[in-house]
Write a protein that binds this ligand. Sequence first.
Ligand code: GLU
Length: 559
Amino acid sequence: MDYQKLADLLFPDVTETPADLEARFPARQLPEGAKVTRFAPSPTGFVHFGGLFPVLVGERLAHQSGGVFYLRIEDTDARREVPGAAESLITTLEKYGIHFDEGAILGSDGKVTDTGIYGPYKQSVRGSIYHVYAKQLVRDGLAYPCFSTDEELEELANTDKKAEIKNMDWENQAAARKQAMLAQRDFTMEQVEAELAAGHAFVLRILADGDGEKKVVNTDLIRGKIEMPVNDEDFVLLKSDGIPTYHFAHAVDDHLMGTTHVIRGEEWLPSLPKHLQLFNYLHFRLPKYMHISQIMRLDENGNKKKLSKRDMGANLNDYARMGYCADAVVEYVLTLLNSNYEEWRTANPALPYTDFPFNIKKMSSSGCLFDFNKLNDVSKNVLSRMSADRIYDETCVWAEDNDPELYAHLTADPDYAKSIFAIGRGGKKPRKDFTVFGDVKPYLDFFYDDLFTVKDALPEGTDMADVAAAIAAFKDTYNEADDTNAWFDKVKAIAESLGYAADMKAYKADPAAFKGSVADISAFLRLAVTGRQNAPDLYTVMHLLGRERTFARLDSFLG
Ligand code: GLU
């Protein structure tokens, strides 16, 4: 067979050579050790939470090393493509603080466009590039046209052996199919010409010369040395419409775009021998591979299950709806990815996560376990560390879509709202009142007169005469100019005057000697002013409400 002639026959329009492409996409000039990573999603309209793992690993490895992190849209499977999915994917990742240096970005018209010289970064428009390499493989005798699809081959195999088919087991069927396919390896030029003349479409298959009994070895970045059988399957490179399969596009794109580290889901691990063979056939330098395990969750019976599409928390967009801030989700993923992240965070509460020295060696090769309790824990800490301004902004963004009433209140007087958020914030041990943004309203609604209600009751057996007397005395002596100590001294004085212990130690030493303690007096005042037993610092609350509203609440509490 004259392979050059076959190549020209199959790809008459391809005039560029691989050398032309190498010149058009020159090797990147980067400092020693700089890593080039990419996120290469197939946009299906659903951004899986699990996608954040390769995204964050790729982003950290690239940016920590002074390299490049780029986005490639793998949209070669038209059946899975959802209009607008690429755009919403980019927008979602942006919310999580994921920025790409290069690749597909959102243009000012809201549509995906390119930045960078290694584009196009959308596979559906790279057709001519793949064909250059496809032609080379045919010319080298490493790929051949097959005029039957997998389905047709199956049928072919079955009709040929109609008699035996009933008793044929799956393995034999596969063998027969393979035989029918292999027969096309040896098509003569005349046979190929006849097929083309008859208008038959072909798929391009690799000519797998591997011996399946032999092993191929690769060192995965987290799994270590992996041995797998050499590929011996003539897998498809180009589908009958000329569109590449994932395998072929992966090799061509990651080579031309200069990817040094391929970080992807473990579902691609079984295909690795195919990729190793292809890189070899194409004389491409092999990137380093990291296959990240599926995210697991525990089911009702405590068994590990894949976090599947239908599970709560599988869709990245669920988190915003549930009221988690993006920072918390990212921080949670980092705690799962690097075993020493939490320790680092405790030691460095104020640093951005990008200061954490991310380390591949600290990654576990077994699947991460998704756990809402842990996420909640992380989220509480993240929200507690935020400045008042920031949590105000973030809550407003959430409330605008999810709680219009809260949104209206917060935005009516931003300074007032920010002062509320500022209570107990900024110190070494900040208050941890919120896990999700949905916790904000029940925490601060009492600051707004129209939302204020008395939610809790006084403890049973409370002497209402004492409550009335405490409130009256408090009003008599209240001075807004008092500092917090002077304010509390007055509360203590009221306690004493009513037969309640002013000093907690004295009370604890002999509770029977008192009607109660200063804590009870504070509780009366707190319940009257905030409507609840637990509330932020009462002195500050009273200052924010102002004398008039504080007194009005004290009065109305007594009825
Ligand atoms: N498009 C592939 C996927 O979404 C990408 C795998 C890879 O990163 O190479 O699974």
